[in-house]
Design a protein around this ligand. Structure first.
Ligand SMILES: *[C@@H]1O[C@H](CO)[C@@H](O)[C@H](O)[C@H]1NC(C)=O
Ligand SMILES: *[C@@H]1O[C@H](CO)[C@@H](O)[C@H](O)[C@H]1NC(C)=O
Ligand SMILES: *[C@@H]1O[C@H](CO)[C@@H](O)[C@H](O)[C@H]1NC(C)=O
Ligand SMILES: *[C@@H]1O[C@H](CO)[C@@H](O)[C@H](O)[C@H]1NC(C)=O
Ligand SMILES: *[C@@H]1O[C@H](CO)[C@@H](O)[C@H](O)[C@H]1NC(C)=O
Length: 831
């Protein structure tokens, strides 16, 4: 997240309703008027209703709901609530946990619970849409016990709110026939003048999980939306069922996203709807979505690059519609879609790219391992409704359209199969798909299986040194096979916390482990804040919903170090575990201490914090990471103007795992100095979507040696080869992705962005001849079987370098805002 409101970053309201796509530069200005065509500016979908039009939906909706229904009490519902927000202005009175029933919601299927639910959300000086930009001190969990909650207008969610239902008996949010509002859950309510609150690319740290959202009471012909979800990093929707009308003329939609920089969506089931999902956002990772009986399952209204895995489309007219309605321009940048199926569906994919598309690589698509059962047309050219690829009952191994590098190029190809990666067995499930696993909720475990860190004596007040208390409770959890539960809070640690093999750890509302003090502040003697497993250790760790952070100068802090090897049948996992360096109250790294200083070349050493975001060491293996955001703050989250700050952090994610078998599902790494992702002497990695940003201060200084000199033992990339004599300072800016001496590296979607040069965005304007940096991806001669689908870069003249040779230029691959390559392959394969 970009705090600055660069127009193109939003590419916002390119909605699917015959709206002309303006020039990129004008988008923000035009945003408001575009939305006026679609959303009533008062933020309601404005339905005058006549009740009584019943709706029919696929009966397995109920089967599904029953399957999820169990009488096991959910441990989180009954555990003692002692979470706090340590840096809130009133931590003793501010409530993190709110049970909607404590605010008068009945959940009886009759009473209108709207006001009570909204009271539970808004209670106690929170960050409301329209009056607050963002906040790190007002996080909350709004919890829904089982029940049917009738709502007549939007549940208006606030910044940093987690809406969580009972996973053992999903609460139903049931819209009344005359429901008014843009979303049963409106997670970013439009403000007067038609503006989104917060700034969609700055909405972080929130989730919605375990609900049924039922629109079937709203007449089919009335527009109604399940969740309005413009959003950015460290956010997710998980385990939600959307029930919509499938009657002729239905206008229901399940999820509507029109802006932002996401994010993760997984385990969603949609029944009915006109456009069951409407998606427009820079980039996203989407996994395990099932659609029944929609007219169009997914309407992709704009993007730079989206990654779709394990999508099941059943009995729909269209699966994915990414065809532009603008005769002059593509609006969808690129899509990667794989390990998915279409059944009894007329058209699986609807596209509009041709060899003459504008921009040149716009509308790029790569599909792989797609099963068709009784499909009329696999790929249709939307504008003339002609068939590009026939349907039937069969498996499509691959089909791509866009710019290919093999490894030289570009070769613009529209509608060809390509040699697909030979998938290493260790990365796969029994059905041959890449392995996947959702965040565990431990919903079948009794309360006695959980150990609260606060009950065990940790304070989490942002002041007390909790190192010993946390270590003791982690040790006890591992010993007794109990899940360690971090109540919300900020836990200060002054030496390394060790997580041993077989640990299970879960947080409430993203509790923070924050390092402090001299132990972590020696760049010549770096120390992990959290160390997982010993080298040579073997076991499985599960860890979810937490943030690792630093306070003040911490030049030697490696926030997460992972040494543990895990068995092939039982990978370790990290879900929604993030790092956050600076930018929040209590970090000592805010606007007051670390305001940006582009006019100066001096380095403020009090703002050097973090040696590395995460280090997956040589001994580590078999680790699944999902929705993990390693962030060095670029702005002050608690400043109402979100003003920019300069924090120096050394390295992003270093993977040196010798035997590999790693899954990086929906990960991003931003604003580290020497690189974002660095894969060295490793193998067998599945990653998609990966997303990065170069620090905004670069090249003042650049990545060459200040303030983090290259460390050979850590395989830091040297920038010498990219900077022959006479090169501009931008030759040595942090690589988004660097791969050295590795094999079987498969990237399914990458958005690698460099928006700034010394805090100016001129360099990232599309078509700028002197972009912000020289190289974005670099791999070396000893790397093999390195494969990228949908590589999207911004602000780099060299999209890909092999050693010091540029092999792909931004100007050859212009897309909607990024430059895009649909298939890049390191090894020559002849077809
Ligand atoms: C919004 O509501 C106000 C007051 O009800 C009304 O005067 C105005 O016309 C509405 N605006 C739009 C765009 O519907
Ligand atoms: C996919 O989502 C469904 C619905 O939430 C869930 O039952 C299933 O377990 C999920 N599959 C995987 C592999 O997570
Ligand atoms: C298929 O979807 C249509 C609505 O689009 C619905 O009427 C029909 O019942 C569905 N068929 C099955 C087998 O569910
Ligand atoms: C960075 O930009 C500022 C203006 O914001 C300018 O004064 C300064 O000279 C620039 N520094 C470098 C190293 O380009
Ligand atoms: C790859 O790593 C080797 C050994 O560390 C190093 O000598 C070489 O310069 C690296 N290549 C690139 C292109 O970074």
């Amino acid at each position: 997240m970009r705090a600055s409101m660069l127009a193109a970053v939003f590419l916002p309201a390119v909605l699917a309703h015959n709206i002309k796509i303006p020039a990129v530069e004008k988008l923000v200005d035009e945003q408001l008027s575009l939305f006026a065509d679609y959303v009533d500016l008062n933020g309601t979908a404005g339905h005058a209703l006549s009740a009584g039009q019943g709706s029919v939906f696929f009966e397995s909706a109920d089967v599904h709901a029953k399957r999820q229904s169990s009488s096991t009490p959910y441990w989180y519902e009954s555990i003692k609530k002692q979470g706090i927000s340590a840096f809130n202005t009133s931590p003793s009175t501010y409530k993190v946990f709110r049970n909607v029933k404590d605010y008068g919601a009945r959940g009886d299927g009759v009473t209108d619970d709207t006001a009570a639910i909204n009271k539970a959300i808004s209670d106690g000086n929170r960050c409301a849409p329209g009056s607050c930009s963002s906040s790190s001190t007002t996080n909350a969990v709004v919890y829904f016990p089982a029940g049917t909650y009738v709502v007549s207008s939007s549940i208006v969610s606030y910044y940093s709110t987690n809406l969580i239902g009972n996973p053992n008996n999903l609460p139903v949010l049931k819209a009344t026939p005359n429901f008014v509002g843009f979303g049963v859950i409106d997670a970013a309510q439009y403000q007067p003048g038609g503006v989104l609150p917060y700034g969609a690319t700055n909405i972080f740290w929130r989730q919605v999980r375990n609900f049924v959202i039922d629109l079937t009471g709203v007449p089919a012909t009335v527009e109604a939306t399940g969740i309005h979800w413009p959003t950015a990093q460290a956010t997710s929707l998980q385990n939600i069922v959307f029930k919509m009308s499938s009657n002729t003329g239905t206008k229901h939609q399940g999820v509507f996203i029109e802006a932002g920089s996401g994010g993760m969506l997984n385990d969603l089931v949609f029944y009915g709807g006109l456009n069951a999902a409407v998606f427009g956002n820079q980039q996203f990772t989407v996994r395990n979505l099932t659609f029944y009986n929609a007219v169009t399952a997914i309407n992709q209204i704009w993007d730079w690059g989206w990654t779709y895995k394990s999508i099941s489309v059943n009995n729909c007219t269209v699966g994915l519609n990414m065809a532009t309605t603008d005769p002059n321009a593509e609006v969808v940048g690129s899509v990667v879609f794989f390990d998915s199926s279409f059944t009894n569906t007329k058209i699986a994919f609807k596209v509009s790219r041709t060899p003459n598309s504008s921009p040149k690589t716009g509308g790029s698509l790569a599909i792989e391992n797609i099963v068709l059962r009784n499909v009329d047309t696999a790929i249709q050219y939307g504008p003339s409704q002609t068939t590009l690829l026939a349907g039937g009952t069969r498996t499509i191994t691959s089909w791509v359209s866009g710019s290919l590098y093999n490894p030289t190029g570009p070769q613009i190809r529209d509608g060809v199969p390509v040699y697909t990666p030979v998938r290493p067995a260790g990365l796969l499930q029994a059905d041959g798909k890449y392995y996947e696993r959702s965040k565990p909720q431990y919903n079948n475990l009794p309360l006695t299986s959980f150990l609260s860190v606060r009950a065990a004596g940790a304070k989490g007040d942002g002041k007390t040194d909790d190192t010993a208390a946390i270590q003791a409770v982690l040790n006890q959890g591992a010993l007794n096979n109990q899940v360690v539960y971090f109540d919300a809070g900020t836990y200060i640690v002054t030496s390394t916390i060790f997580i041993s093999k077989q640990s299970r750890i879960v947080g409430e509302a993203y509790p923070v482990i924050m390092s402090r003090g001299a132990f972590f502040n020696d760049m010549n003697n770096p120390q992990p804040v959290v160390n997982v497993g010993n080298p040579g250790g073997f076991g499985t760790v599960e860890w979810s919903d937490m943030i690792i952070s630093t306070q003040g100068p911490q030049a030697g802090a490696t926030l997460i170090q992972w040494n543990l090897a895990s068995p092939a049948g039982a990978p370790s996992g990290m879900w929604d575990v993030h790092t956050r360096v600076g930018g929040t109250v209590g970090s000592g790294l805010t606007l007051a201490e670390c305001a940006k200083t582009p006019e100066s070349t001096a380095i403020n050493r009090n703002c050097i914090s973090a040696y590395m975001g995460m280090h997956v060491t040589k001994t580590a293996s078999t680790l699944y990471m999902e929705n993990v955001w390693l962030w060095v703050a670029d702005h002050d989250v608690d400043d109402k103007d979100l003003r920019q700050i300069t924090i120096f952090s050394g390295r992003g994610l270093l993977i040196e795992s010798t035997s590999g078998n790693l899954w990086l599902v929906g990960t991003s790494v931003e604003h580290f100095a020497r690189y974002q992702y660095n894969f060295v002497r490793t193998q067998n990695i599945f990653a998609g979507q990966i997303q990065t940003e170069t620090p905004y201060y670069m090249p003042n200084p650049n990545a060459f040696n200040q303030p983090f000199p290259a460390v050979t033992a850590l395989d830091d990339p040297g920038y010498g080869g990219l900077c022959p004599a006479g090169s501009p300072a931008t030759c040595a800016e942090a690589l988004g992705l660097r791969v050295n001496a590795s094999k079987n590296i498969f990237i399914y979607g990458a958005g690698l962005y460099s928006f700034f040069n010394n805090y100016s965005t001129t360099c990232s304007e599309r078509g700028n001849a002197n972009p912000c940096q020289t190289a974005m991806v670099q791999y070396d001669d000893t790397t093999s079987n390195f494969f990228i689908y949908a590589l999207n870069t911004i602000g780099a003249s060299g999209m890909v370098y092999r050693q010091t040779t540029k092999i792909a230029s931004n100007s050859d691959n212009v897309n909607v805002f990024p430059s895009s390559i649909i298939v890049f392959r390191s090894d020559v394969v002849t077809s």
